[in-house]
Design a protein around this ligand. Structure first.
Ligand code: NAP
Length: 302
């Protein structure tokens, strides 16, 4: 069988693309490496998706999925794409679960948290080092944790961690945060959160579990030791685009035009995995809609 659209990735962009594709009567399948929902599943609280003043990421993801299913979107979990073979009007999506033949592909594979690169980080993953407060915050009840980074992820997760931890220390490499102003204000107003500015975590240490971090002030080069039970790292995102042979920027984000077309005809990209000025659920959803409509127009053309 040849699909009209294979959507790769089951987050907000992919599920929205699925809704629009099915409503356009396209024969679409959504492939997801893990379970459908995407990264928002591990987001504690979403406050900026219009229509929902406060909703958990998992609940919102569930609503997206239900909505897509209502229109009959076929989804396949635990399917990992290795490569897309471009044969002009036909694309072969090569996966661990066989080949999927399709006229178009929409890539919505999102991003993965970046590693910090500190000494001891990899060795202590799961033993105090984490990239997911929603998953691991529970283990730090009444404990001290360090959060690394100054973006929206670092601020929202630091705030989330104050529900469990007794103390949250944010270490940021500059003296200004990158996060949205409202997230900054919430973090500054939280009595459990303190900040160490102009500093980087050079080393994470501990025998069995994390016990301390070595923090270097980048202005003075002075190194200080901070005792902590956990380190939550939010220093940016790496796009999950390694399998896609399309034009990308120097960091691997996919370059598209306004129609979300990539450099390869019939392959589109939407959401966090593409070059975009804003990575939000609201923008991912818009992207998914545009990509699906563009795919529909492309199919009409061939
Ligand atoms: P981000 O915006 O890229 O921020 C990464 C942060 O980590 C920056 O503060 C950066 O410092 C710092 N950093 C990067 N490399 C570092 C290193 N090697 N050592 C120490 N610090 C380092 O990433 P993000 O916070 O994950 O956010 C990603 C996207 O998701 C953004 O578009 C964000 O707006 C969005 N998001 C939004 C929300 C929301 O509630 N609205 C929540 C989560 C994420 P510099 O500032 O000095 O570069």
């Amino acid at each position: 069988m040849v699909y009209d659209v294979v959507i790769i990735g089951g987050g907000p962009a992919g599920l929205t693309a699925g809704i629009y594709a099915k409503r356009a009567m396209l024969n679409a399948v959504l492939l997801e490496k893990m379970g459908v929902g995407g990264q928002i599943i591990v987001t504690d609280l979403v406050e900026n998706f219009p229509g929902f003043q406060e909703i958990s990421g998992a609940e919102l993801a569930g609503k997206f999925e239900q909505h897509a299913r209502k229109f009959g979107l076929e989804t396949k979990s635990m399917v990992e794409v290795n490569r897309i073979e471009d044969r002009g009007n036909l694309k072969i999506v090569k996966t661990n679960d066989g080949d999927f033949e399709t006229k178009t592909v929409i890539i919505t594979t999102g991003t993965t948290p970046k590693k910090l690169g500190a000494k001891g980080e990899l060795e202590l993953i799961g033993r105090g080092v984490s990239y997911c407060a929603t998953c691991d915050g529970f283990f730090f009840k009444d404990k001290t944790v360090v959060v690394v980074g100054g973006g929206d992820s670092a601020m929202t997760e630091a705030i989330f961690l104050t529900k469990m931890a007794k103390k949250v220390i944010v270490v940021h490499r500059r003296d200004k945060l990158r996060a949205e102003k409202i997230n900054q204000e919430h973090a500054f107003a939280n009595p459990k959160i303190s900040f160490i500015w102009d500093s980087v975590v050079d080393e994470i240490a501990g025998k069995q579990v994390v016990e301390k971090v070595m923090v270097k002030n980048v202005r003075t080069n002075a190194v200080s030791e901070i005792k902590t039970d956990g380190v939550f790292i939010y220093v940016g995102l790496i796009p999950n685009t390694g399998f896609a042979d399309v034009r990308k920027d120097e960091w691997g984000f996919i370059i598209t035009n306004d129609n979300r077309e990539t450099s390869v005809k019939g392959i589109f990209a939407a959401g966090d995995c593409r070059v975009t000025p804003l990575r939000q659920i609201a923008t991912a959803v818009g992207d998914g809609a545009i990509a699906a409509v563009s795919a529909e127009k492309y199919i009409e053309g061939i």
